[in-house]
Design a binder for this molecule. Structure first.
Ligand code: F6P
Length: 321
């Protein structure tokens, strides 16, 4: 294994740069040349590929986004697109590829493996929706970003005796809402895995008010409900002021936390060592603080279990006793 490529794909996450640095520095230490493929799989089709140097990755560890850029490439989902990519890999004489991204990117990586290209994936998504790994790169930063915003939103809600409804990302997986909800002491955590009962929420808001707690805070994952609709529904039932806030893409930006940088460093370096050892078709992750790897499609298809225990704990702690 002399020449490897690295790309980031799908939604960017804080920590992708730290992973790229780990791949480049480990590759160089193992006497490899590491090529950066820009704009994800699109760059692979278009040959947007250049040799990465140690200098280029020197000051990127703490930066959000991805220096390699990213995309969601429809063409790569076609057989013709994949063949074009494989031809480009041959033209650049790349012996292996590291793909950083979420489930869609992992499917793309598995397709490359099908054409005999040694490929290893790193879990890059803020959603934490991959079951084979305890945590994905970017999740910790997203959660920390959300709880900072919650502090600001709560300050103004409390000043006006309002109810705040904060919408966070997560279409099928409510982990951002769950972790930020617990860490940010939210009164109600609404996730797609569980759903919600509006009557119960309204009832508890009123009970809180009778106890002198005039502000309640709701966190909702985008896949469970829309903040605007939920705010309207609570207002219609209770006649009190309810303000929706959609945090949106703020969750994807910003400097990665130390946790995400360390995770990206460990997994990124391990991916290169797997390629060097002649391995392919593996998704690298972390379980119980141990680095693990699993067949890519098996990793994508493992069903993510919702952390009921954490959800119950968050609810227990948030309720006014
Ligand atoms: O990165 C994951 C994610 O943020 C989802 O939670 C969100 O729904 C989606 O990506 C939106 O991404 P985009 O608008 O870039 O397609």
């Amino acid at each position: 294994m002399r020449r490897i490529g690295v790309l980031s794909s799908g939604g960017d996450t804080p920590g992708m740069n730290a992973a790229i640095r780990a791949v480049v520095q480990t590759g160089l230490a193992l006497d490899m040349e590491v090529y950066g493929i820009r704009h994800g799989f699109r760059g692979l089709l278009e040959g947007d590929i250049h040799l990465l140097t140690s200098a280029e990755v020197r000051n990127i560890n703490y930066k959000g986004g991805t220096i390699l850029k990213t995309s969601r490439c429809k063409e790569f989902e076609t057989e013709a697109g994949q063949k074009k990519a494989v031809e480009m890999i041959a033209a650049y004489e790349l012996d292996g590829i590291v793909v950083i991204g979420g489930d869609g990117s992992m499917r793309g990586a598995a397709a490359l493996c099908g054409y005999g290209v040694p490929t290893i994936t790193l879990p890059g998504t803020i959603d934490n929706d991959l079951a084979y790994t305890d945590f994905t790169i970017g999740f910790d930063t997203a959660v920390n970003g959300v709880i900072e915003e919650i502090v600001r939103i709560r300050d103004t809600m409390v000043s006006h005796d309002r109810i705040g409804v904060v919408e966070v990302m997560g279409n099928h997986c409510g982990d951002i809402a769950l972790y930020a909800g617990l860490a940010g002491s939210m009164d109600f955590i609404i996730v797609p895995e569980v759903g919600y009962d509006l009557g119960f929420i309204c009832d508890r808001i009123m009970k809180n008010r009778l106890k002198g707690i005039l502000t309640s805070m709701v966190i909702v994952a985008e896949g469970a409900a829309k903040a605007g609709e939920m705010a309207k529904a609570i207002h219609q039932q209770l006649g009190i002021e309810v303000k929706p806030v959609v945090l949106g893409y703020t969750q994807r930006g910003g400097n990665p936390t130390a946790g995400d940088r360390v995770l990206a460093a460990r997994l990124g370096s391990h991916a290169v060592r797997l390629l060097q050892a002649g391995k392919s078709n593996l998704a690298v992750g972390i379980r119980g603080n141990q680095i693990v790897s699993m067949d890519i499609m098996q990793a994508v298809e493992t069903e993510k279990m919702f952390d009921e225990e954490l959800y119950m704990l968050a609810n227990l702690l948030s309720h006014a006793q």
